[in-house]
Design a protein around this ligand. Structure first.
Ligand code: ADP
Ligand code: MG
Length: 482
């Protein structure tokens, strides 16, 4: 959907990422997903009288890693605050969050638009907080159930500046953050389990207006598609209202994906409504330079620089490099194959083509691939050494995938799949074919090059895919030349 003529759009996202820690942010209770309701919320998560929270060091490690990943400033001293509000899924009556002194301040991330244009989006801050429980409305007719398992799950809330100018840019930004979080093992990125949720702040203004318009905040969008749809519908709603001469008020809205509309939930609360105050049960958290430097030293190469390196070092196209560098495991796999074969382009073609195709088809992660980088490298080596044709290689790959063999070279030998490079064996075949198809042979000689594929295909067929297509091509040309 395009932006209505005469208007411009400003969007800032607040992204809640669940940190992939074993235990909760202030207690030792498990964060595992899908357990029996209320089986893993302990007295601390519920804020029972007399209990005290204690910060899980793992959340700091992950937050710092993210902060370094976006070149933000890491606050050596951060603090927790109480945000007070009443809701059934929050039995404590307050959420512990970071208001004034968050762990990460500033930073930026690069996004790539659909047209390959690049843009830098500024990050305002990222702070740590605890998640609330969940209301379950379809549990019993006319009853609402409360599951507190999620209470106390660590979240990193990542707030962007209002730099995003369309739903497409907002989605590109959300995807870039998702990629970075999973790359750095900060969050598992599992959207179906709610590990990443978006709040979209959206406003519109006439193209020539200097000041930002009045924004609405659309809460709790849990997929890229809903994020895109919600923004587009909200933009249209605001433009329609302003065009009718109405004034907008800042509010908080929910997106209804069935009716494709956003609905007002409440007018916007201000910070005073929440009566923030420093959490009295937790001391300020001081982290040392050594703690930060240790994380810095162990940061992996990030997708952006890695993609640039893949292009220069292995001669990959931008699209191939971005795809392979975008997933840490996939990038590692590719790089190993490229090192083994010394042939980056073939490695890229095989990994992103045949291998990724199979993985996607069977819904497998690269770490679950039945074919190892060594095997893939050996397979490509056989093609590069002219021992098998590309076509035969597909057969060998299928055998590796199915576990029929673990040794490509042995398999090729055992099955007699070596390429026929013996000119003496191929020549009579070519002669027969040219004689059987005189019209096509004549047209090919006259320059109709498309027919080369026809003849090469016939030879490949006759040899069961074992001929070397380049060699066949050269031999046909030689036969036809005067
Ligand atoms: P609050 O504290 O009320 O939540 P913030 O200042 O923290 O407000 O901003 C929350 C988010 O809203 C940020 O991502 C910010 O970029 C975005 N934002 C602020 N003003 C606007 C606006 N006029 N239009 C669109 N987004 C906005
Ligand atoms: Mg906010």
């Amino acid at each position: 959907m395009s932006i209505p003529v005469g208007w411009q759009v400003d969007i800032g996202l607040e992204i809640h990422a669940q940190l992939s820690t074993q235990s909760k942010i202030f207690s030792g209770a498990s964060t595992a997903f899908g357990e029996a309701p209320n089986s893993q919320a302990c007295a601390i998560d519920l804020g029972m009288p007399g209990v005290l929270p204690r910060v899980n060091a793992a959340v700091y490690e992950k937050a710092v890693r993210f902060g370094l990943g976006v070149t933000g400033t890491i606050n050596s001293e951060s603090r927790f605050d109480r945000k007070n509000y009443f809701y059934p899924d929050l039995p404590k009556g307050y959420q512990i969050t970071q208001m004034d002194e968050p762990i990460v301040v500033g930073g930026h991330i690069q996004i790539t638009g659909k047209d390959q244009s690049e843009k830098v989006v500024r990050i305002t801050r990222a702070h740590l907080e605890e998640d609330a429980g969940k209301s379950i409305h379809d549990f019993k007719p006319s009853f609402t159930g409360i599951d507190l398992n999620r209470a106390g799950t660590p979240l990193l809330e990542i707030v962007s500046e209002p730099d995003l100018k369309s739903a497409d840019e907002a989605v590109a930004y959300a995807k870039a953050i998702h990629q970075l979080l999973t790359y750095l093992d900060v969050c598992d990125g599992n959207m179906a389990e709610g590990s990443l949720r978006f709040d979209a702040n959206v406003s519109v203004r006439p193209v020539d207006a200097q000041d930002l318009g009045v924004r609405s905040e659309i809460k709790n969008l849990n997929s890229f598609r809903f994020l895109e749809q919600a923004i587009n519908h909200e933009v249209q709603r605001q433009v329609d209202a302003l065009t009718r001469g109405e004034t907008l008020t800042q509010d908080t809205r929910l997106f209804d994906p069935d009716r494709l509309e956003t609905r007002a939930m409440r007018s916007k609360e201000t910070a005073t409504d929440y009566r923030y105050f420093p959490e009295p049960d937790l001391l300020p958290v001081k982290i040392s330079d050594a703690f930060i430097n240790d994380i810095k030293d162990n940061m992996p190469e990030l997708p952006g620089p890695r993609s640039v390196r893949f292009q220069s070092e292995f001669g990959l196209s931008l699209a191939d490099a971005q795809l392979l560098a975008g997933d840490r495991g996939l990038g590692d796999f590719f790089e190993q194959v490229a090192m083994i074969t010394g042939n980056g382009r073939s490695a890229a073609n095989w990994v992103r083509g045949d291998l990724l195709g199979k993985l996607n088809e069977q819904n497998l992660n690269i770490s679950e691939s039945p074919v190892s980088p060594d095997q893939m490298g050996a397979l490509i080596g056989l093609i590069d050494d002219d021992i098998i044709s590309g076509k035969t290689a597909k057969t060998v790959f299928a055998a590796l995938w199915a576990g029929e063999t673990t040794q490509p070279a042995e398999y090729v030998k055992a099955q007699g799949l070596e390429q026929v490079s013996d000119a003496g064996a191929i020549e009579p075949l070519i002669e027969t074919l040219l004689a059987e198809h005189p019209k096509q042979a004549e047209d090919l000689r006259a320059g109709k090059d498309k027919l080369m594929g026809f003849f090469v295909g016939k030879v490949m067929q006759a040899t069961g895919g074992k001929a070397n297509p380049q060699q066949v091509n050269a031999m046909i040309r030689q036969k036809l030349s005067p």
